[in-house]
Design a protein. Structure first.
Length: 58
């Protein structure tokens, strides 16, 4: 399973960055969430807390 960010829907609010227990998410220079797949534990917290519903698990 892979956690992905739909860049068109991401608002750059940073909620996922703050809530990720693995600290695997950052915002890039365009304020779009980026998932570090090597650090991600696929817990689904980011999917649950994203107010824009821009993060999914595929």
């Amino acid at each position: 399973m892979t956690v992905t960010v739909n860049e068109a829907d991401c608002t750059g609010c940073g909620t996922c960055v703050d809530e990720c227990p693995a600290e695997a998410i950052s915002l890039n220079e365009n304020d779009i969430a980026v998932i570090d797949q090597d650090e991600c534990t696929e817990c689904g917290t980011c999917v649950d807390v994203c107010p824009a519903e821009a993060i999914s698990m595929d």
